[in-house]
Ligand binder design. Structure first.
Ligand code: ADP
Length: 542
């Protein structure tokens, strides 16, 4: 078996990556039928009709001639035209249906090869080894295995084997068995070859708004779960934390262009006019029974207009939902602004998965503030530090230090650590960790300097409990543990909102604990203990 990657044949360039559904609908690379001016079924219909109607016409005419004793070879103009049409349609039908028919006889002995050559739609009737060979040789596209085999696990196994042979390196250690590949098809991941295992730890109970939550955290960073757990303990011992949701609105901002800045400004005024809001909402909200337009905010750059739509999205994180609503409005606006050129459904003023001031200031997803009063006693006994040193460290590190660094939303110690770990455990989009981790941590000595008031303000937590990776078995189990699995039937949106408050509560715990470790000079010591020194769990737990 040749394990080297063979260069693609010049006549058969590898097709572009397509989604599973796209593969189903457009299974092969450009076909002759693509060149037809009409759809294939219409072209076939026309030639069929032509063939049978001219055949009927000619038979009818010849019948008349025989009855009238007119010689058959004397042709009128209409008969000549009919004969030409008959020949043309016969040639077309023969080419279309005849060649396939003849080929099916010629290729019968090598049936599986015919499958390989005939495009991705065709099921592959061959053994695993033959299919791996087909993939390695480039005859079977890597992406087409699921649709052609109809068995996602088998497709992943075969792809994995083919990739190993192509690359010439092994994937031992990356498991392939034991995963439901059907659940990710067309939704979560294309061309799977296995899955990465990430341990999930539990921090808690987190006492938040009177409820207790065991927070699942998927991470490979030693210390993180232990530290967050210690923060939860301090919060619990001090009576719990309180979290308030300030805003719940996902955003999408297309960019549209006009021939003049004046026209762009006219659309801005139109969109921001409260008189137009109701009509625009009706159009926008058609995208989903959960989408509710809240606000439209515009920014101009010359002739270009950036339109930031904000809407509530129920329990979904909401990117798909808001994008559909935006498309509805753009189509609607085209009536009044036919000169509007839609450059892109996303113009980065949204702003998704990039650090940006607009999210930090205006918020995106769920905006929350979470606070707790940690008693002086708990600060010394659980966190092993003092209130004044925590307050001073917060001022010099999280506020001043971050200002010196020119931080954007990064006025915290390690919000991203907790956010990412919960996001991965609960099936959120990990890339949205960027804006979801925007956080300002405040600390203040209260009650005559005895106790500590701590708060985290997070304007852009982007979470959902339906859609995306949330429906996968492991992630959905973690959501279930928190009591926020799936859609909330009684009060749509409250599962996602609760999840956002839990994220903020866990961040509060994480901030409390890490800041305490730094202020007590314990950070390096504890990392040595949990990250490096010992594999003895009994010792770690002590
Ligand atoms: P996103 O918009 O986050 O990408 P999806 O579009 O993948 O999310 O998932 C949202 C889908 O779930 C929509 O089709 C919506 O109709 C459905 N859905 C069912 N119940 C709810 C709910 N309570 N909140 C939001 N969406 C829901």
């Amino acid at each position: 078996m040749d394990i080297r990657r063979r260069p693609p044949k010049p006549s058969q360039p590898p097709p572009p990556l397509q989604s599973a559904s796209a593969v189903d609908h457009h299974p092969s690379s450009p076909k002759a039928s693509d060149a037809l001016p009409l759809p294939l079924y219409l072209t076939n219909g026309i030639f069929f009709t032509l063939f049978f109607s001219v055949a009927y016409f000619l038979l009818h005419r010849w019948g008349d001639k025989i009855r009238n004793s007119t010689p058959l070879h004397i042709l009128t103009f209409s008969e000549i035209a009919a004969i030409l049409c008959l020949i043309a349609s016969f040639i077309y039908l023969l080419c279309f249906f005849g060649i396939d028919f003849v080929q099916s006889f010629i290729s019968k002995p090598e049936e599986h090869q015919q499958f390989i050559l005939h495009g991705d739609r065709t099921p592959i009737a061959a053994g695993d080894e033959e299919i791996v060979d087909g993939v390695v040789s480039g005859e079977i596209p890597l992406y087409s295995l699921e649709s052609r085999l109809g068995d996602c696990l088998r497709a992943a196994r075969i792809r994995r084997e083919a990739v190993q042979r192509l690359v010439g390196r092994g994937l031992e250690g990356l498991p392939v068995e034991g995963f439901d590949y059907d659940s990710i098809l067309g939704q979560c991941c294309e061309m799977p070859v296995g899955y990465v295992q990430i341990p999930v730890g539990i921090a808690g109970p987190l006492l938040l708004n009177g409820g207790e939550y065991s927070v699942p955290m998927a991470t490979t960073e030693g210390c993180l779960v232990a530290s967050t757990n210690r923060g939860c303990k301090a919060i619990y011992a001090s009576g719990g934390a309180t979290c308030v949701l300030l805003r719940d609105a996902m955003t999408r901002a297309p960019v549209v262009r006009f021939s003049s800045a004046k026209r762009a400004a006219e659309l801005k005024f139109f969109l921001e006019d409260p008189l137009h809001f109701d009509a625009l909402s009706v159009v926008f909200n058609k995208s989903s029974r959960f989408a509710r337009l809240q606000n439209i905010q515009c920014a101009i750059a010359g002739k270009n207009l950036y339109i930031r739509f904000s809407c509530s999205t129920g329990d979904a994180m909401g990117m798909n939902m808001v994008s559909k609503g935006v498309q509805n409005v753009l189509d609607f606006l085209q009536n009044d602004f036919p000169d509007m050129d839609v450059i892109g459904i996303s113009g980065n003023y949204c702003s998704d998965k990039k650090p940006s001031a607009v999210n930090w200031i205006e918020g995106r997803g769920k905006s929350v503030v979470c606070e707790a009063v940690i008693t002086g006693d708990v600060v010394s006994k659980v966190l092993k530090t003092t209130v004044p040193s925590l307050v001073e460290l917060n001022m010099l590190k999280n506020l001043t230090g971050s200002a010196v660094a020119g931080a954007l939303g990064g006025f915290n110690a390690h919000a991203a650590n907790i956010v990412s770990a919960i996001f991965i455990a609960t099936g959120q989009d990990p890339a949205q960790n960027i804006e979801s981790s925007h956080c300002i941590t405040m600390m203040e000595a209260i009650n005559g300097g005895k106790d500590l008031h701590i708060s985290v303000t997070m304007p852009s937590i982007e979470v959902g409990t339906v859609g995306g990776g949330t429906q996968l078995a492991s992630q959905s189990a973690c959501l279930n543990l928190l009591g926020v699995k799936g859609a909330n039937k009684e009060s749509p949106g409250s599962n996602a909102r609760l999840l956002a408050t839990i994220v903020a509560g866990a961040v509060l715990a994480g901030e409390l604990s890490l800041m305490s470790a730094i202020s007590a000079g314990q950070l390096v010591k504890s990392h040595m203990k949990y990250n490096r020194s010992s594999r003895d769990i009994a010792k770690i737990g002590s």
